[in-house]
Design a protein around this ligand. Structure first.
Ligand code: ADP
Ligand code: MG
Length: 236
């Protein structure tokens, strides 16, 4: 299993964000992690990427336990956080070099920056300041920083939220391209996006997993569409 989550619970004070969550995602899969606002998606993704510790339960990525301070497993994970926080004053190429330095790439740094700029279609924008880019290109920079160390597992938290329809298609295509050789877990509010690129679907509501299966299995729960199943299970 690329991602294995077992009986994870997490509360913020009195607010329970995750309640006995278990699921797994196999190698090479593109899995959708969907649920209404506040369901616990971002919290789960922060735990998988090791930015947050669960209260109870275990998470492994490629067989290694993950958590704060576990640097070895971090190298296997690329993470695009919700709202894609970036340094507006840095130039695209400069920023990606900075990220490469965090991963201590040494002699591979130059080639890694060049290659990720090509793969994410950033070549024409590489000498611009991040703050001057369109939202679509900013998302490409977010994807580039997640991909620069060539991770086996990609965690993408609402990568297409806030983009216009053309930008959504572009980023979606890019995700399915880079997803051919890695495991991807993505959250989104767009059901067509899930239907277009995901093989597996996990639905979370109020911190609990309410469905987990193949796209066809989950769509069949309420009849024929993922949208109907989502509405039936979450009331949204
Ligand atoms: P989602 O990404 O599905 O919208 P989140 O994981 O962001 O859900 O949030 C799950 C629940 O935890 C929500 O009720 C949210 O208000 C709460 N929550 C998230 N982050 C914090 C925090 N830092 N402090 C307190 N409550 C939080
Ligand atoms: Mg979220």
């Amino acid at each position: 299993m690329s991602i294995s989550v077992s009986h994870v619970t997490k509360s913020y004070g009195a607010q329970k964000a995750l309640d006995d969550v278990s699921f797994s995602i196999s190698k090479g899969e593109i899995a959708a992690f969907i649920g209404p606002n506040g369901a616990g998606k971002s919290t789960m993704m922060r735990i998988i990427t090791g930015f947050l510790a669960p209260d109870t339960g275990e998470v492994t990525v490629c067989g290694l336990p993950t958590g704060p301070g576990m640097t070895e497993v971090r190298r296997l994970i690329g993470y695009l956080p919700e709202n894609n926080p970036l340094y507006a004053d840095m130039y695209v190429r400069e920023y990606l070099g900075y990220v490469a330095d965090i991963y201590k790439m040494g002699r591979k740094r130059r080639e890694a920056v060049k290659s990720v700029i090509e793969r994410t279609g950033l070549a024409p924008e590489q000498n611009k300041k991040i703050g001057a880019l369109s939202k679509g290109f900013r998302q490409r920079v977010g994807l580039a920083q997640a991909l620069i160390h060539d991770p086996q597992v990609l965690i993408l938290d609402e990568a297409t939220t806030g983009l216009d329809p053309n930008q959504i298609i572009e980023i979606r295509n890019l995700i399915s391209e880079v997803g051919t050789e890695r495991t991807v877990m993505l959250s989104t509010h767009i059901m067509q996006e899930v239907e277009a690129i995901c093989s597996k679907v996990i639905i979370i509501d109020y911190g609990r997993i309410v469905a987990d299966g193949s796209l066809a299995e989950i769509s069949a729960i309420a009849g024929s569409s993922l949208e109907d199943t989502f509405r039936q299970l979450t009331g949204k």
